[in-house]
Design a protein around this ligand. Structure first.
Ligand code: GLA
Length: 388
């Protein structure tokens, strides 16, 4: 068991008992690239998790150990800064957020590792940030609420990983609920849970095997393009604060004033927000075929208007579409690689994964990894007693 291995590694290295925490990765059913435009998302936490063993060590030194890389990183607690060790930056970024709030972070030890595949669009980085934020909050007794922790984890990503991400991934990791997806209004931060019936339909992820290396620079560019669109429209409608406030009619009316690329980016976001609303109604009504159609439309928008897909992701969606029992498929997360999310009728899941593996290998020469996921609760503490 993952948590037992992490605990054992901690005790082996540091010889005392830590706090044990798990932090899940996420899927997003629909609502992509809408979070930083103050729109809607529909994520869920999944059973791909990072596990942490963390303890205060009564020194001035922070010792971080990556169980998966078998690497140790140490730094003075008072001198936390971004460095060249990429995996450590996610953790250091979180420490810096506590410090920015005026909280003194003493020396601590942290061993972490997990089974969230990296670069697969399942938000391993958010899981890393949220898990440590939760653990430090606990150990330091700061009693920050989960929304505050999510914002701190997001800031860690902005300032130490240099990705200007929205709040979705960190929110999903901290607010997930077993068996439920959650719609977040990224402006008001109101959220609503919707049951997801896994006796009818499973969430199957197909990993394109393409690591999204372009993702962070292109991601930040997309964000700027959206802001450019808002700046133009605001000249006409001063009440517009973000693309959330923009209608398709307004976009059409001022199309000529917008750069063609910016227009497409904006159109995608406005349409995607409408799709999330529609998809939630369909989910609540149990209409999975209609929900799946929204997913296909989302993919088309991401591919053609937002241009964050890649040929391998497009191939995966097209291969899935005609297979029996498939309700919907689309690329998921930031894009340029990573996974597609597929909703597949329970009885067809086995055949689906077998066929997809064959077809994808034939089409691209890349072996396909698939993950069947279940929807789990957000970040939590784990008991250590049963494991020792
Ligand atoms: C990444 C970001 C999220 C979100 C998605 C796209 O996962 O971290 O904030 O913007 O991309 O929906």
């Amino acid at each position: 068991m993952l948590s037992a291995s992490i605990l054992a590694a901690f005790q082996h290295q540091f010889h005392y008992s830590p706090l044990l925490v798990r932090a899940p990765g996420r899927v997003n059913l629909i609502g992509e690239h809408t979070d930083y435009n103050e729109g809607f998302v529909l994520p869920a936490a999944i059973d791909k998790e990072i596990c942490f063993a963390v303890g205060l060590n009564q020194t001035d030194t922070i010792r971080l150990y990556s169980f998966d890389k078998q690497e140790l990183y140490t730094t003075a607690a008072a001198q936390v800064q971004r460095g060249n060790t990429l995996w450590a930056n996610y953790l250091l970024g979180v420490v810096a957020q506590f410090q920015k709030r005026g909280i003194t972070v003493p020396g601590f030890d942290c061993v972490f590792g997990g089974n969230v595949p990296m670069g697969a669009g399942l938000s391993s980085s958010a899981a890393v940030e949220c898990g440590l934020a939760f653990a430090l909050d606990h150990l330091l007794g700061t009693q920050l609420d989960r929304m505050t922790l999510a914002h701190m984890a997001q800031k860690a990503e902005h300032e130490f990983a240099l990705v200007q991400c929205g709040l979705m991934d960190q929110f999903a990791s901290l607010f997930g609920r077993q068996g439920q997806v959650v719609r977040l209004d990224c402006r008001s931060l109101e959220y609503e849970y919707f049951p997801f019936d896994t006796s009818r339909c499973h969430i199957v992820l197909c990993n394109s095997g393409v690591k999204h290396s372009l993702a962070s620079s292109e991601y930040n560019t997309r964000r700027q393009e959206c802001e450019q669109g808002v700046a133009v429209l605001r000249q006409h409608y001063p009440q517009i604060g973000s693309l959330r406030d923009v209608t398709l009619a307004q976009l059409q009316q001022h199309a000529a004033e917008l750069d063609a690329v910016v227009l497409r980016r904006c159109r995608y976001v406005v349409e995607e927000n409408l799709r999330v609303e529609a998809a939630c109604q369909e989910l609540a009504a149990g209409n999975l075929p209609a929900f799946g159609q929204q997913m296909y439309a989302s993919h088309a928008g991401l591919r053609d208007d937002y241009e964050v897909s890649c040929p391998e992701l497009d191939t995966l969606v097209e291969l899935a579409r005609p297979l029996p029992g498939v309700y919907g498929a689309r690329m998921m997360g930031g894009g340029f690689g990573g996974c597609t999310i597929n909703l597949v009728e329970v009885d067809h899941v086995e055949e689906f994964t077998r066929r997809m593996q064959q077809l994808y290998q034939q089409a691209t020469g890349i072996p396909l990894e698939t993950y069947q996921t279940t929807i789990v609760a957000g970040v939590s503490e784990l008991p250590t007693v049963a494991l020792t």
